[in-house]
Design a protein around this ligand. Structure first.
Ligand code: PBG
Length: 322
């Protein structure tokens, strides 16, 4: 009790603050999302996400060299295909945009860990994450497409696959196909607790993946639900997920913390596009200190329990963290 206890003693200098700091962010914590498109020499700015681009494979190769030199261990790839159809067939084309990018990245920077987003929404003409029939997104038939997509990523050399579609049973389905085709060493990072969030708005411009009718609330989670996240995570772990993700991050720090407390496998959190764009917009208006807000946000996500953070801030943060 005061005056014996004076917590300010441990805050007087930066040296002592460093010694008692509980959470330390490092480039090791970061995964950088990249939007890969077709063509050559393409580096097209995404207007709602300043600093982010749609890039052709040759440009992606330049970017990943820089990412690697900044000490960031991993990237996650999203594809913007030339051709979209009802069944998202470009998603499992062996010469698809993501498949080609994986090969080019692994050739150029073999040490960099390449994760792929496994989902149909970037590849379907209707923009939903699965097969649509009479306005419904069908669960079980979609699993076959996700299996083909995940397998084709592994065949192209992906180090890890990350299903983000929220179909029931997809982790088991992907584990089964990877194992039976000789890819039992490829881990699955599942978007386990993925909420139907308005924070994905800018991403849908970036990935050209907005649903053409309706929304994703029949498959992504309802934002008010907390306990349901534990059920989703438990199911994915039972089905064979190696890493589980909570998404978005910032409005769901309670969920990250619950998942960390309840399970013993690594937890990822996705600091999504809208969370990024809000900071960029406020900084452009001169209303906040960009770098301090960025680091405070990333630190809060780690403090909540995330072992790794997918974030568009990765290179900017890594530069400051040194
Ligand atoms: C694909 C997918 C989405 C995001 C990652 N994978 C969009 C969505 O579900 O609509 C969002 C990422 C972001 O907003 O940064 N299903």
């Amino acid at each position: 009790m005061f005056p014996i206890h004076r917590p300010r003693r441990l805050r007087r200098t930066e040296a002592i603050r460093r010694m008692v700091r509980e959470t330390v962010l490092t480039p090791d914590d970061l995964i950088y999302p990249l939007f890969v498109t077709t063509g050559k020499g393409v580096k097209k700015p995404i207007s709602s996400m300043p600093g982010c681009f749609q890039q052709s494979t040759d440009e992606v190769v330049k970017t990943v060299k820089e990412i690697h030199s900044l000490g960031i261990p991993s990237v996650i790839l999203f594809g913007i295909p030339e051709h979209k159809d009802e069944l998202g067939s470009s998603a499992y084309d062996p010469n698809g945009v993501v498949q080609n990018a994986i090969k080019a990245i692994k050739d150029a920077v073999p040490e960099l860990l390449v994760i792929t987003d496994v989902c149909m929404c970037e590849y379907t003409s209707h923009g939903h994450c699965g097969i649509v029939n009479a306005g419904e997104v069908l669960n079980d038939p979609t699993l076959k497409l996700l299996q083909k997509e995940a397998l084709s990523h592994a065949q192209a050399g992906a180090d890890m696959v990350a299903p983000s579609d929220m179909m029931d049973g997809r982790v088991a389905a992907i584990r089964e196909i990877l194992d039976s085709e000789g890819y039992s060493h490829v881990p699955i990072m599942s978007y386990a607790a993925k909420y139907a969030s308005a924070f994905y708005g800018p991403f849908r411009e970036a990935a050209e993946s907005a649903p053409q009718f309706g929304d994703r609330r029949s498959y992504q989670m309802d934002p008010p639900n907390r306990r349901e996240a534990l059920k989703e995570v438990a199911l994915d772990i039972e089905e064979g997920a190696d890493i589980v993700m909570v998404k978005p991050a910032l409005s769901y720090l309670d969920v990250i913390s619950d998942v960390k407390d309840n399970f013993d496998i690594p937890v990822a959190a996705y600091n999504v596009s809208g969370e990024y764009s809000l900071v960029k917009a406020a900084a452009q208006l001169g209303w906040i200190d960009h770098d301090r807000v960025m680091l405070e946000i990333l630190t809060s996500i780690k403090r909540a329990g995330a072992d790794m953070i997918l974030t568009y801030f990765a290179p900017q943060a890594a530069r400051l963290l040194g």
